[in-house]
Design a protein around this ligand. Structure first.
Ligand SMILES: *Cc1c(COP(=O)(O)O)cnc(C)c1O
Length: 218
């Protein structure tokens, strides 16, 4: 169930940082999302293409959907007609495929480059050098996507100084690539989840992705 008290507290907490909240609704029913909408939340994150594609037509069309899961090239076509932002672009191949496929729908999609900052093999993303390389080459060949910023996930650990160091490294990279971002969008640094969003905000996050603190455990 969506916890409106936690939601109101979180909104207040975010204000001084002017950060955006993505409510992560994966594995949660439509009724939870409808309740969150009624409380004023309109940006939602989902991890699975099939789940997102089942939910999207049943909910108000003005929801801003962020895809935050691992995306396979052959599934881009399912979300390209409606998704607002794909936060998890972890290869140049995926980036160019998103651009190509989005072109068929005569719209634009915002994308974030996913950066590997954790120490866990299970996480995806480009490393810092690959990101710098990508931005060095520029994005002039892409016409259907807006490169809006970076996204990263810290290690799943209790070691706060490690998490802080990982977020610091991402913020540092973000500051370097910022001039290369699409000029028509507000630059996005998406970092921080339920367990570590306070550290992320401290370290310069502009967008946090919160699931369990709002919707309960999964
Ligand atoms: C599930 C998920 C979240 C939300 O996690 P919580 O710990 O429930 O806040 C945020 N980001 C990504 C990429 C996720 O997969």
């Amino acid at each position: 169930m969506f916890d409106s008290l936690s939601y109101q507290k979180l909104i207040q907490e975010l204000k001084p940082y002017q950060a955006t909240l993505v409510a992560v609704s994966k594995k949660k029913p439509l009724t939870d999302i409808e309740y969150a909408l009624a409380q004023g939340q309109h940006i939602f994150g989902e991890n699975y293409v099939q789940e997102l594609c089942e939910k999207q037509p049943q909910l108000p069309q003005n929801i801003e959907w962020h895809f935050i899961g691992h995306l396979q090239s052959n599934k881009i076509k399912y979300i390209a007609p409606f998704v607002h932002t794909i936060q998890t672009v972890d290869s140049v191949k995926l980036l160019s495929e998103i651009d190509r496929i989005t072109g068929k729908y005569h719209r634009k999609i915002n994308v974030l480059i996913q950066v590997y900052i954790a120490t866990e093999e299970t996480k995806f993303g480009l490393d810092a050098d690959e990101v710098l390389n990508l931005f060095d080459n520029g994005f002039s060949s892409y016409t259907n996507i807006r490169i809006a910023g970076l996204m990263g996930m810290a290690s799943n650990t209790d070691n706060i100084s490690q998490i802080r160091a990982e977020f610091k490294s991402l913020k540092n990279l973000f500051d370097k690539i910022k001039p290369g971002l699409d000029k028509t969008v507000t630059p996005v640094l998406s970092m921080g989840m339920t367990s570590d969003y306070k550290i992320a905000l401290d370290e310069g996050s502009t967008m946090i992705r919160i699931g369990s603190a709002l919707f309960g455990s999964r």
